[in-house]
Design a protein around this ligand. Structure first.
Ligand code: HEM
Length: 160
């Protein structure tokens, strides 16, 4: 019995010996790092994170839409942008609790409608890209970008 286990024990101990220390000790340091990372993200609202993702996609689209060879990249970016807009639509702006209670329902409906409009603009860009109409895609994209400043003036405290 003992002899049959010996090679197995030897194999396991050599694997353990070769394994990097993180594999052997996944608790401790790594867990602390994760906790710090999570803690560090607390000041960002989920909506803000989505907005940064939206900003990244829009920046990349600015370049890809100019290059007909990058149609596939544009479509991938648009799919991600649309998913981020849908997620952002389900969030609540950070300033909502500071809006007087009587005006808050209207504020939230207007926020959601603005997000619906943003999604429609992104879909318009996608339709133009799919039709192979670079000029229409560019025009729809400029309209999409034009939503940012007025929306921030209305729905964020920073621009007020
Ligand atoms: C091209 C379109 C847009 C871009 C690139 C964009 C980008 C951003 C960025 C980068 C932030 C974070 C600002 C910071 O860290 O200080 C932000 C915040 C925010 N944006 Fe946008 N945005 C766009 C359109 C919109 C639209 C259409 C709405 C409203 C429907 C909106 C509502 C907000 C709100 C409410 C915040 C503050 C986050 C919070 O309240 O938690 N944004 N946006």
């Amino acid at each position: 019995m003992k002899l049959t286990f010996l090679p197995l024990v030897a194999a396991c101990s050599s694997v353990l010996w070769l394994a990097p220390s993180e594999v052997l000790a996944p608790d401790g340091q790594e867990r602390k790092r994760e906790e710090r990372r999570e803690g560090g993200h607390e000041e960002h609202s989920p909506l803000e994170d989505r907005m940064h993702a939206i900003e990244d996609s829009i920046r990349a689209l600015r370049r890809s839409l100019k290059d007909p060879a990058k149609q596939a990249d544009s479509l991938t970016l648009l799919a991600k942008l649309e998913a981020d807009i849908v997620a952002a639509k389900g969030e609540t702006p950070r300033m909502a609790p500071k809006v007087p209670e009587a005006e808050r329902p209207k504020f939230l409906v207007e926020y959601r409608l603005e997000m619906v409009s943003m999604l429609e603009h992104a879909l318009a860009v996608e339709k133009a890209v799919l039709a192979g109409n670079a000029e229409a895609a560019q025009q729809a994209f400029e309209k999409l970008r034009g939503l940012e400043d007025p929306a921030h003036a209305r729905f964020t405290e920073e621009e007020k």
